[in-house]
Design a protein around this ligand. Sequence first.
Ligand SMILES: Cc1cc2nc3c(=O)[nH]c(=O)nc-3n(C[C@H](O)[C@H](O)[C@H](O)COP(=O)(O)OP(=O)(O)OC[C@H]3O[C@@H](n4cnc5c(N)ncnc54)[C@H](O)[C@@H]3O)c2cc1C
Length: 470
Amino acid sequence: MAGGDVSFHAPPRIDVEADVVVIGAGACGLVAALRAKAAGAEVIVLERDRSPSGSTSMSSGFVPAPATRFQRAIGVDDDTPARFEADILAKSKGLSDHRLARLASRTIAPAIEWLANEHGLEWIVLDDFLYPGHSCHRMHAVAERTGAALLARLLAATERAGIPVVTNAHASRLFVREPRVDAVEVERANGNAEFVGLRALVLACNGYGGNRALVRRYIPEIADARYYGHAGNTGDALLWGQALGAECRHLSGYQGHGSLAHPHGILISWALMMEGAIQVNGQGKRFSNEHGGYSEQAVKVLRQPGGFAWDLFDERIHAFAQSFPDYREAVEAGAVRRAGDVAELSATTGARADELEATLAEVRGLSQGRGADRFGRDFTGKPPLKAPFYAVKVTGALFHTQGGLVIDDDARVLDANGVAFDNLLAGGGAACGVSGPDVAGYLSGNGLLTAIGFGYIAGATAARGRLVLG
Ligand SMILES: Cc1cc2nc3c(=O)[nH]c(=O)nc-3n(C[C@H](O)[C@H](O)[C@H](O)COP(=O)(O)OP(=O)(O)OC[C@H]3O[C@@H](n4cnc5c(N)ncnc54)[C@H](O)[C@@H]3O)c2cc1C
């Protein structure tokens, strides 16, 4: 069975039952499971993969949150949920769903403090660079600064809490007696079907980045680009929602990225651009304000001849980048090329030396305060680039879709009339996010923001449903 099916009949049998069933063992699903369990519910997490990873483990693991004790510990004491909400809305030019932006910006700090207090996830706040659109340092990460470590810690917490995470369990069909979901059919690795009864269902199976047909239908501009998120995110939540008449919004919204090492497929952090790196095309020419945002940069890079660009920087930025595990991986893979001077840079990139020289001279002047950048970037405040240079060939990619099922403030899925389904909840990439309808609306961190924030709400609501209905 392809997935995303809905049956309006009773399931043939029930093999196992739980108060709360969660589909997907990424950040959203595991946080929802932990919260529901803490509220007294019996929870089962269903995960299609043999070993949970999801986009969460592929991510950098940076979670934006305002007014946390972790920020205060490093002297950031002027952040507020309202300020964060304003940043989210500014990035999307006001096109994000305002209610969801408010909900997310008010929920995420309690969620990550709860994960710290109850489940030992200690957070650090990254204060060595600011991502485009964030007005203060609010990006939280676990000590290893990777999504893989974040997921590992969530999985360990789930295990300590005694929550079964059933792997090789592909949820393929929902059994619905409107307005309630009664059961889920699960395909096991051996081809057998199992039927799981439930009182509340949390859809935490992310978006449709791994479903080429859906990407082509809703986001044609990125359909031919590489999808760099988790392959198993094939849009089941969206398909179930559509079959049930759920309200789906901003399906053309997504997180792109304009700096994926090519052909190595390794993320080169945008922090390098914020630190002074530039992007040029194969002709050695800049083509954009690199500080606009890495998400929209995906499309700008793909529009360049050949669909690629070069990240250019110098020894200082190369040293700065060593703190990023992805970057170290890129160095090991040979994606980061060193050039002693412009002639070598020309040989590396294939761009003409005089073009590269002109670009570097222009940027040098801008960083010394001479003139205004025609693309609008402010180069002052960082030293000019100087030899030796470093270059990474990059392309644009789709990381993660941002549209999805519209939820209410309790993370219940809403139908097209704005009425909440009784016991169907969603969060993370399965739900409509806070990035609006296009690629430029993605503020860094919007992904884990709604995965953790909405998962936290969904878990509590799902467990409450158990008390009312059980
Ligand atoms: C390279 C990269 C870097 C990123 N960096 C960041 C970052 O630093 N900060 C940030 O905020 N966001 C980042 N993101 C986005 C972030 O990873 C996602 O927004 C977030 O992980 C979504 O979490 P989730 O729980 O909704 O989905 P996932 O973590 O993808 O989990 C969904 C799970 O559902 C499972 N599943 C799917 N369908 C089914 C089914 N039918 N039955 C059973 N299981 C199913 C999948 O196998 C998967 O394990 C990044 C993304 C990428 C690709």
